[in-house]
Design a protein around this ligand. Structure first.
Ligand code: ZN
Ligand code: ZN
Length: 443
């Protein structure tokens, strides 16, 4: 091997250590040994089938290239006009940032911050972080603060909503297509490309390889046994880098490798989840009672609630869009609330037979939560775009803030819920497998 060849691109962790590498599953706490993985293979927990490690070919180059190109696409998206509309000779052209700044003009600063953070600021921070990190790994010397950046990346993930925003943009455009002339700008196409590239970037991160390249892998605590839960052995898996750590007597500590806080179970998980769910349920009332936006057309104003908007779309004959809004704004938030309340209630009566399906339900609520933001983005786009005075204009209603709060609170509730509690019952002997399951995936 040449001296200057960075190790990161050719040698996965299993090629650099001989000993077994152990992992404790984040979702069920089961300790298993990672099998040696080739490119495009993943290792899943033998008990709950949660993916423990996914291996890509050339992970550093791949995520570096994807992150760079999505950052360029984002730069184009913020520099050019997003979309323009005209009705009876009066028109308006907006840039991406105006979807947030117009909301501030209508005294909705919190919704404005939520919009600009989730579509531009957080993705930009994330992408710069990925480039910084992978650049250091590729030249063979990690850049300063690499460990802190690597730790923060996973936390940013659920709050980046470029893909949801594009769906929101499509819904808004279909909503007004019949009433005005619409023209898509360069920024619209650039942002669509950016949303796809951002998604690919987040999926390209091989965090096992990344942490190994940054900090190597300290030995698991002596006497760690596979085929048992970590909590029963006084150890725990780090939620960020995966390393198994011994917990101090008082049950709290920090990961040896990445310095993340460690807990055998998330502290006060059920109480916090209950409190957040209650707050979300309370906010759901104003979100539906008050209008989410008011449309003024030829001097006549008509406020519409979330449900009112769906009915209006159905009357216009836009069934697919009505269905998208109904699913995103009604089914998803209500379904998520009900699912999490149910999981909290039945958690004491979980056993090995039903734990698998309950974990699947939990994963689903965690995955779909952010898609409810569609309606908030629709309001942000329409309010910025439709500005033709008394001829035709749209203003935001108080429900926009309440509904954004519901989305954020239910997302936080899913994050504070610790799925390992579902599995905290003694397992029957038959399921005690000790090695993670290996399968081939794409990539
Ligand atoms: Zn598991
Ligand atoms: Zn760690």
């Amino acid at each position: 091997m040449r001296v200057n060849t960075p190790q990161v691109d050719r040698h996965p962790p299993e090629a650099r250590v001989q000993r077994r590498r152990l992992r404790a599953c984040h979702e069920c706490d089961w300790v298993s040994a990672l099998p040696p993985l080739g490119s495009g293979e993943k290792a899943s927990c033998p008990r709950c089938s949660h993916v423990l490690v996914k291996r890509h070919r050339y992970p550093a180059q791949r995520s570096m290239a994807l992150a760079l190109s999505s950052l360029i696409a984002l730069f184009v998206a913020v520099s050019f006009p997003f979309v323009s509309f005209s009705v009876s000779g009066i028109g308006n052209r907006i840039e991406l940032s105006q979807t947030a700044t117009t909301l501030i003009a209508f005294h909705q600063p919190i919704v404005a911050i939520a919009v600009i953070m989730t579509i531009v600021v957080l993705p930009a921070i994330y992408l710069i972080g990925v480039i910084w990190l992978q650049f250091g790994l590729l030249r063979g010397h990690p850049m300063p603060f690499s460990r802190d950046i690597a730790r923060s990346l996973a936390r940013l993930n659920p709050w980046m909503m470029a893909d949801v925003f594009i769906v929101g943009a499509l819904v808004s455009l279909i909503k007004i297509a019949g009433m005005a002339q619409i023209e898509l700008g360069i920024s619209f196409w650039a942002f669509s490309v950016f949303a796809i590239l951002l998604l690919l970037t987040t999926q390209s991160i091989d965090s096992d390889w990344m942490w190994f390249s940054l900090e190597k892998e300290p030995l698991a605590p002596e006497g760690t046994r596979t085929g048992e839960t970590a909590a029963s052995q006084g150890i725990t898996g780090c939620p960020t880098c995966g390393l198994i750590n011994r917990l101090p007597e008082h049950g709290k500590g920090r990961c040896l490798r990445c310095h993340e806080r460690l807990h055998p179970r998330l502290p006060h998980s059920l109480q916090r989840t209950w409190a957040l769910l209650f707050a979300a349920a309370v906010m759901y009332i104003p979100a539906n009672v008050y209008p989410i936006m008011t449309t003024t057309s030829l001097g006549h104003s008509s406020p519409s609630t979330i449900i009112g908007g769906v009915v209006q779309l159905m009357q216009m004959g836009s069934w697919p869009v009505a269905a998208v809004i109904f699913v995103a704004s009604v089914i998803v938030p209500v379904g998520k609330l009900v699912a999490l309340v149910w999981l909290c209630m039945v958690i004491k009566h979980s056993n090995e037979l039903n734990a698998q399906s309950r974990t699947r339900l939990y994963r689903l609520t965690e995955f779909i939560g952010r898609w409810s933001m569609v309606d908030v983005f629709v309001v942000a786009i329409l309010v910025a775009l439709i500005r033709a005075g008394s001829l035709m204009s749209i203003t935001p209603g108080p429900a926009a803030l309440a509904f954004a709060a519901v989305v954020v609170l239910t997302m936080l509730a899913a994050m504070t819920f610790d799925p390992r509690l579902i599995w905290d019952t003694p397992p029957p002997r038959s399921t005690r497998r000790k090695t993670a399951t290996k399968e081939t995936v794409d990539g």
